[in-house]
Each structure stands twice: as C-alpha cells, then as structure tokens.
Design a protein around this ligand. Structure first.
Ligand SMILES: [Zn+2]
Length: 96
C-alpha cells in the first residue's frame, strides 16, 4: 500500500473506474514508456477492470494480447491521455 501523495493519486485514478467500461478497476502499468521487462512509474497508470486487464481473454484483456486489445479499445497512449485528462479535471474540480 502506498501512502502520501502518490497513494492519493493512485486511489483517485482507480476510483475513476475502468478506462474502457467504467467497472471497478485496478491500475495497469503501460509498457510503452519503459523497456521490456521494466515496470512503468506508478504515476503512469491506467485504471482497468479485471476482464479488461487480465481475465477477459484475447481481444478483451490487455495482458491477453496488447495489439488486439488496442484495436478494440484504443492504445495505451490514448487511454493514458484520457486518464490524465480526468485527473486534471478532478484536480480542477477539487480546488473550486
Ligand atoms: Zn473494463
């Protein structure tokens, strides 16, 4: 469990729900920003539900086949950009 501002950030992103379907989500670490076998920063995360992350099978789960997932649901870059837009809109809302 992460505490402090990173913990708050991760909770906020998870609370957005799955970037594809809006269901309760865990955090996916995109691979595009790091080398093979490395883990992306916790600041670069996309919320994905169980089926869209791990369990949904080929074409549904990103870990079952990234190309097929991205053809159906958008690229990691697009989903991360959408997530960051939600973060900044939420931050804006909280400071009003
Ligand atoms: Zn989902």
């Amino acid at each position: 469990m992460t505490t402090g501002i990173l913990g708050e950030y991760k909770n906020m992103v998870a609370d957005f729900g799955c970037a594809v379907c809006g269901a309760p989500a865990a955090l996916h670490h995109p691979r595009f920003a790091v080398g093979m076998g490395q883990r992306a920063s916790d600041w670069l995360v996309i919320p994905l539900c169980g089926p869209h992350h791990q369990t949904g099978g080929y074409g549904t789960a990103i870990h079952a086949g990234q190309q097929a997932f991205e053809q159906n649901h958008g690229t990691e870059e697009k989903l991360l950009a959408q997530t960051l837009e939600k973060v900044f809109r939420e931050m804006d809302r909280r400071t009003l």
